[in-house]
Write a protein that binds this ligand. Structure first.
Ligand SMILES: [Zn+2]
Length: 114
């Protein structure tokens, strides 16, 4: 069972209380975007075997969106943070690096950040 801590209300919620929202930190393009940019936003998603940043909604709780950093293989959760955050907070990155050295460099949101 997947158990995530909602960063808004602090409750440890199991997956029956949550709604998945797919990959986090997608780049939205405005007017003038290329067809390839729009296609990537609408259809192209990473499906990694390992650390993944995912959007979740505490649907049967506070109703707010957040991001969970977790391993898709082991379901290990490295941390959660509000969905309005532009990039993973340092404590989440540190938790990932402590258990999966080098994994943060592979996160799409971190491209060009290091
Ligand atoms: Zn909540």
């Amino acid at each position: 069972m997947l158990l995530l801590t909602c960063p808004h209300c602090g409750i440890d919620a199991d997956e029956t209380e949550l709604s998945p929202g797919g990959e986090a930190h997608l780049t939205r393009h405005g007017p003038g975007a290329t067809d390839e940019d729009v296609e990537a936003y609408l259809f192209l998603r990473d499906n990694p075997r390992g650390v993944h940043l995912e959007r979740w909604r505490h649907a049967n709780g506070c109703g707010k969106w957040f991001v969970a950093a977790r391993c898709t293989v082991t379901l290990e959760v490295f941390g959660t943070y509000p969905a309005q955050t532009a990039r993973p907070p340092q404590h989440v990155l540190d938790a990932i690096e402590a258990k999966r050295p080098g994994a943060t460099r592979k996160l799409p949101v971190m491209e060009g950040a290091r």
